[in-house]
Structure formats: C-alpha cells, structure tokens
Write a protein that binds this ligand. Structure first.
Ligand code: F6P
Length: 321
C-alpha cells in the first residue's frame, strides 16, 4: 500500500530553530510511516511544484543551523482563491494530503485557508516577534532574544565610555514582545513599544534628571513597530541637548546558531505535529502553554491578539532607576 505523503513548508521570516523543527518533523514522520516531502521557498515553491523528497539522512547535521534549509518567502498569490485552488491541485497531483507549516501569523492564515479547502494541516509557530496567539513561545524567539541582549551588552560598553544615550532598535513588526523581554534582560533604562504611547516631555525630563544626577549613559530598547528610531533619537537630542546615538540591530536578530532551548522546543513541536497527523487530527496550531505542548483549533487562534504584559512593563520602570 502506498504510504501517506506529508509536505513540510517553512514560511514567512526565517527564524533560528526552523531547521531543528524540520528535522523533527521529517524523522518522526518517517517513524509514523509517512513519506516526507519538503517544499522549497515556502508557498512559492508549492505553487511551482518545487519540492524534494526527504529521508532521514536529508536532515542530518542541521539541528545547529540558523535559517531554513528549505528556504522561505512570502507569497501573496496564496491569499487569492486562484492561488489556493492551484495549491490544492498540485498537492493532489503529488498525492500529498497533509501539510506541516512552520511560520508566523501569515503562515497560520495560509494554513487555515488550506485546511478549509480539505487539506490536513498542522501549523507550528516560528517567528522571532513571538506574537502568535496560542503559544507562550515561538521558534526563533529565544535565540533572537539572546542575540539582542548580547548586542546590547556590547553597546553599553561604548555608551558608558562616551556618556551617551543609545536608542537600540529591536525587530517586531507590529508588537513589542521581543523588545520588552530584551529590555528586561539587558537592563535597558527605557522601553518604547507600540502598545504604550510614550510621553515625550516626561521622558525627556527623566533623561535630563538622570544626567544631572550622574547617570550619563542610558539604553532605550526601541521596538521597530514604533516607527523611525532615528526621528525618535533626534527629538530626544533636540529636547534634552544630550548626545544620542541609534543602533538598529536589524537582521542579525533573525540569524545565528539556535540556542539549546530553541532546539528542544522545535524538536517537541515537530514531533507533536506528526503525532497529530498520525491520529488523523487536523486544523490545529501547536503551541507551548504552561510547560506543555498543546494543540488548539485554528478557529480559536486565528486573528486573535496576545495581551501585552503590563506587569513586565512596570517592572522595567521599577528596576531601571
Ligand atoms: O516577522 C519577523 C520579522 O523579522 C519582523 O520582525 C520584521 O518586521 C519582518 O520580519 C521583516 O520582514 P522581511 O524579511 O520581509 O524584511
């Protein structure tokens, strides 16, 4: 009897740990008796029928690699009905009835849409932004967090040496979750996130007061989603007369060797995805909640927003004086 064929896709922005998840999906899928197929370049590769057969050896030596061996991309075509019908036809021609999709909120929406068309879909969360409802942690977040904290530790050396304020821009398209965690772990004095509108007058007063009392260098953890960090820095400089520099950490946050925690989480997620498929379960989002790996139906997570952690934000204000 022909074995059931399962496709794997990594989509959206790459995130460290995606490879560890691919490895776990492939190997546990084979363990369950599936034939595993990897689509290249995310949904773009699916629509082009660009795939590779993946055996256990195809994922050797990748657990420690950043990026994704399958490569990734964003695919506007899949958001259209025509694009989706094309995807369904290709999957049917290839005899693939199931997909494991590893990515962020766009990938979740795509997974949900394909599920509604009758494909068996399991989504795994992967984005350094850590902004997907239904999981406390996404693949990529822990590594990006550590990368950013390490970078700020270095920036602090030069900030102190020159008595400067440093505005450090941290990734996060819509939310400040990564920035908040980076700020706490790096001991940033100020955190600017889209969820809390800054009072510029009060902020600049605080900068002046800190400077007058001898605190000459400060770190501002500034979320990408708040707009231009350069404009922000200019305004602070004009209002306070203090010297301000900007450092945009940028794409280094998306790369690098995944942390041990990342690899373990990605391995559990991957194994859980194929277990669900083996049990004929579908339309599920796999997440990490209160120490457990759990699966939640798409309709309970799609389009929902995680609440901003106000207590953690207050913590910064209390411990950064
Ligand atoms: O979603 C991850 C992320 O790195 C965001 O933090 C950032 O806004 C975005 O992707 C950048 O996307 P692109 O790779 O398309 O430039």
């Amino acid at each position: 009897m022909a074995r059931r064929r399962v496709g794997i896709i990594t989509a959206g922005g790459d995130a460290p740990g995606m490879n560890a998840a691919v490895r776990a999906v492939v190997r546990t899928g084979i363990f369950h008796g599936f034939e595993m197929v990897g689509f290249k370049r995310a949904f773009g590769g699916l629509l082009d029928g660009d795939y590779i057969n993946m055996d256990a050896r195809s994922v050797s030596g990748i657990i420690n690699l950043g990026g994704t061996i399958l490569r990734t991309g964003r695919c506007p075509e899949l958001k259209t009905e025509v694009g989706r019908k094309k995807a369904i036809k290709i999957l049917s021609d290839l005899n693939i009835d199931s997909l494991v999709i590893i990515g962020g909120d766009g990938s979740l929406a795509a997974g949900n849409a394909l599920h509604k068309e009758g494909i068996k879909v399991i989504n795994l969360p992967a984005t350094i932004d850590n902004d997907i409802y239904g999981t406390e942690e996404c693949i990529g977040y822990d590594t990006a967090l550590n990368t950013a904290v390490d970078a700020i530790d270095k920036i602090r050396d030069t900030a102190k040496s020159h008595d400067r304020i440093f505005v450090v821009e941290i990734m996060g398209r819509h939310h400040g979750f990564l920035t908040l965690a980076v700020g706490v772990a790096a001991g940033a004095e100020v955190i600017i996130v889209p969820e809390v509108k800054p009072n510029m007058e009060e902020l600049c007063d605080n900068f002046r007061r800190a400077s007058n009392s001898g605190k000459k260098s400060l770190i501002v953890a500034y979320a990408e989603g708040c707009g231009s960090s350069i404009d922000f820095a200019r305004e602070v400089e004009e209002k306070t007369g203090l010297e301000v520099r900007v450092s945009n950490l940028g794409y280094i946050q998306r790369g690098g060797v995944p942390t041990a925690r990342e690899r373990i989480l990605a391995s559990w997620f991957g194994a859980y995805a194929t277990k669900l498929l083996k049990e004929e379960k579908t339309g599920l989002f796999v997440g990490y909640q209160k120490g457990n790996i759990v699966a939640t139906p798409f309709e309970e997570v799609c389009g929902k927003q995680i609440e901003f952690d106000g207590e953690m934000y207050k913590l910064i204000q209390r411990i950064s004086i």
